[in-house]
Design a protein around this ligand. Structure first.
Ligand code: BYC
Length: 330
């Protein structure tokens, strides 16, 4: 009965009148743009929402290494190989900052890995698509990192301190990633006819999945309203998708490539492009574990975890030994 009464609007966000004194004081801090720090009081759902979003984000970074890692040994030049290697290492670093940020909320890294490996936790749908050609590595940097930046730059102002601070460095690196992807696309699109065809094919396959990265449309987004009220999300999914399209279409034009959307048109009134929705049935299939590479990606993570068991055990044994030596010496 009480639970129904507090959901005072259609989005399920509590109105200020229905909040306890503590909750209202917390909301006032958020509204004043104060950062919330780990040991401070926060509503249980704020904590849970952050753990869900930050851990999913961390998992995305880690799983996101796989489609690109696939091309390190096949990069066309030594320079491209070194750049790609650095980028994939950066993604591992992003995962680690984000796992650390989530840990400050009281979840352990082992629990997060367990949620990933058991299929309970999500990671971004985009990483369940294959990278079939070298142009796909360009498209991933240009579109996937481009979409990630669009989503993540506003998250530098998110209300939870450790998350906001982790995003600052991540965004700097993502911006380098996006440029390296665009640079690959420039080389391909301005190269031979066959290279240009590869670049167009990569754009054709990655366009829809990149739009899906922003999540379901606002009317179907279950978490947006509450997450925006708590400044865990700074923009809605549709707002960010629109900004991404508006930024990316002129870049495709510069490359001489065609965005695979017959309905794409500039809308003078809204000062933005009208564009077609991605295939939401495909999005839901990927989220349900039935995308082209879901099983392969999760399988690779589980295998890596199992293969690393001896190493984790070795580290633990070593740290116990050192602690014992230190306590003997004391
Ligand atoms: N894929 O109510 P909604 C990167 C889930 S980039 C999978 O709108 P929310 C990288 C959603 O989790 C990618 N799942 O949710 C780039 C929820 O399910 P649960 C990572 C998705 O949380 C380049 C349900 O659908 N970036 O790392 O308000 C190289 C309902 O959605 C997706 C981030 O994670 C999706 N595309 O909004 C390497 C940024 N979309 O949890 C790495 C931070 C939705 O209820 N995250 N779902 O079971 C966010 O901003 C938000 O979590 C989202 C979703 C916009 C993704």
């Amino acid at each position: 009965m009480y639970a129904q009464m507090v959901k005072t609007d259609s989005t399920g966000v509590k109105s200020i009148d229905d909040m306890s004194e503590q909750e209202a004081a917390f909301q006032a801090r958020i509204d004043r743009d104060e950062k919330i720090e780990p040991k401070e009081w926060m509503p249980d759902n704020y904590r849970k929402t952050l753990i869900r979003q930050i851990s999913q984000h961390a998992h995305s970074e880690i799983v996101g290494q796989l489609p690109e890692g696939n091309w390190i040994s096949r990069a066309p030049t030594l320079e491209r190989k070194a750049i790609l290697l650095a980028k994939v290492q950066d993604e591992a670093g992003h995962g680690l900052y984000l796992y650390c940020a989530a840990e400050t909320l009281g979840i352990s890294r082992d629990e997060m890995f367990d949620q990933l490996h058991s299929g309970k936790a999500k990671y971004s749908s985009i990483f369940n698509y294959p990278t079939l050609t070298w142009a796909d590595i360009g498209a991933v940097g240009w579109l996937v990192d481009g979409a990630a930046i669009m989503n993540q730059v506003p998250l530098q102002r998110t209300s939870y301190g450790p998350y906001a601070r982790a995003m600052v460095r991540i965004c700097k690196e993502e911006s380098f990633h996006q440029r390296q992807g665009f640079h690959i696309m420039m080389k391909m699109a301005k190269g031979t006819a066959a290279q240009k065809r590869m670049a167009q094919d990569a754009l054709n396959r990655f366009w829809g999945p990149s739009l899906m990265m922003f999540g379901p449309s606002d009317k179907n987004s279950v978490h947006s309203a509450q997450s925006m009220a708590w400044k865990i999300k700074m923009n809605t999914n549709d707002e960010l998708r629109q900004k991404f399209v508006d930024q990316t279409v002129p870049q495709a034009e510069y490359l001489g490539l065609t965005v695979p959307d017959d309905t794409l048109a500039w809308n003078e009134e809204k000062q933005g492009y009208d564009f077609a929705d991605p295939d939401w049935d495909e999005f839901h299939a990927v989220l349900a574990g039935n995308g082209p590479c879901n099983k392969e990606r999760l399988g690779a993570r589980v295998t890596a975890w199992e293969d690393g068991k001896w190493f984790r055990e070795g580290l633990l044994a070593h740290s116990k030994k050192r602690a014992a030596i230190a306590s003997d010496a004391a």
